[in-house]
Design a protein around this ligand. Structure first.
Ligand SMILES: [Fe+2]
Length: 110
């Protein structure tokens, strides 16, 4: 993302950072953004699982379950991106919440 979209851009803190520090801020900001998307997908996963529970007939459940699978895939993609691509040498991946699709579905009670 362009630096102009970084909330620190244009501040005295930004101006005092060297390029390595700015790079670390960029990586952390992007990881935060992707983390927000991942949590939105977790919410979508819960919502679609609830729809499966509430629809009355089996055909509706089959149809709604396809969306649950899609949302689970979205959670997995964002989770993997955060764990595998967004980590840096100065931050452990354990900083991010444990959120594999399997454990999340168990927590969601589905
Ligand atoms: Fe989604």
């Amino acid at each position: 993302m362009p630096d102009e979209l970084n909330p620190l851009f244009g501040t005295t803190w930004w101006d005092k950072m060297n390029e390595a520090e700015k790079g670390e801020v960029r990586r952390n900001l992007e990881a935060w953004r992707f983390s927000q998307f991942m949590h939105g997908e977790q919410g979508a996963l819960i919502c679609t699982a609830k729809i499966v529970q509430t629809v009355p007939d089996i055909d509706s459940k089959f149809y709604a379950a396809t969306q649950v699978i899609d949302e689970a895939r979205h959670v997995e993609v964002y989770s993997r991106y955060l764990h595998e691509k967004s980590s840096s040498s100065t931050r452990s991946t354990t900083t991010w919440p444990a959120c594999s699709t399997t454990s999340f579905v168990t927590v969601a009670g589905t």
